[in-house]
Design a protein around this ligand. Structure first.
Ligand code: IPE
Ligand code: IPE
Ligand code: MG
Length: 253
């Protein structure tokens, strides 16, 4: 059996060499509320700390040469939370881009969004659109926020769009392929995630990228998102590098 820890007398896992960097990492940033609760703080303080983690992980992802980082920031189901919490979450893009823009520019990061942006409050939409505009010529890491994102809605919208193309005689039912479906999703410009990380110990996908995660590697880590450090991230990437991706075939190395 392969021994993970061979030659590891000195280097701890997170210090090991990363030689197989995933192109696209997607993260379900979970556990902000519990992080706050365990410290007797209001849940929104957890979201504020979570925003600091977004900044840190973005910088590391960029320096490691990850090409796409997709962060689940607000789901179509999160509207069911108390108004105060929803309002605070909706104010975060403005708060974040205000302070983070110089570093995003310095690191050549391009901000993108997936989700139903039209339904966001006007200030949130403006903050997001500004960040997209300001960073549009950057050529480094693509930082993609999933905002008011729901995978089932994304798939239903794609189906409607394809059906309409068939009605308009732009497409034949028999020529619908997986590629055509992929091109109708919000993620049409991105490769599928290689690695999905979810923090806070929950082991579910919560309506995130259901189509796109078909062959992604999943990693569930126990720490809450505000506690997700560079060390935790490097550890996750190291575990990814040890995975054997077979895509249904055989790997007889
Ligand atoms: C993740 O943290 C942030 C969002 C879902 C917006 P949570 O707010 O879900 O934190 P927990 O899961 O309640 O601890
Ligand atoms: C998933 O976390 C959504 C985001 C991280 C934005 P949730 O906390 O909303 O998911 P559930 O309710 O535990 O499945
Ligand atoms: Mg949660």
């Amino acid at each position: 059996m392969f021994n993970f820890f061979k030659n590891s007398k000195k280097a701890s896992i997170e210090e090991k060499n990363l030689i197989k960097i995933p192109k696209h990492v997607a993260i379900i940033m979970d556990g902000n509320g519990r992080w706050a609760k365990s410290r007797n703080l209001p849940r929104i303080k957890g979201h504020y700390e979570g925003m600091q983690t977004v900044k840190k992980i973005t910088k590391i992802a960029s320096s490691l040469g990850i090409e796409y980082l997709t962060l689940y920031a607000f789901s179509t189901e999160n509207w069911s939370r108390p108004t105060r919490e929803v309002n605070y979450l909706m104010s975060l893009p403005e708060k974040m881009f205000d302070s983070f823009m110089p570093e995003l520019m310095e690191n050549n990061v391009k901000v993108q969004v997936i989700g139903d942006i039209d339904k966001l409050p006007i200030n949130t939409k403006m903050a997001v659109n500004n960040a997209i505009k300001k960073t549009e010529n950057n050529t480094g890491l693509k930082l993609i926020f999933a905002l008011n994102y729901g995978s089932k809605k994304e798939i239903v919208d794609a189906i409607k769009n394809i059906a309409q193309d068939c009605i308009d005689n732009k497409l034949l039912v028999d020529s619908i392929t997986e590629e055509i479906v992929s091109k109708k999703l919000y993620t049409k410009d991105y490769p599928d995630p290689d690695l999905l990380i979810r923090t806070s110990g929950e082991q579910r996908v919560s309506n995130f990228l259901l189509w796109q995660l078909a062959y992604s590697e999943f990693l569930f880590v126990d720490c809450a998102w505000p506690d997700f450090t560079e060390k935790e991230f490097r550890k996750a990437l190291f575990y990814y590098q040890m995975r054997d991706r077979r895509y249904g075939g055989l790997n007889e190395n």
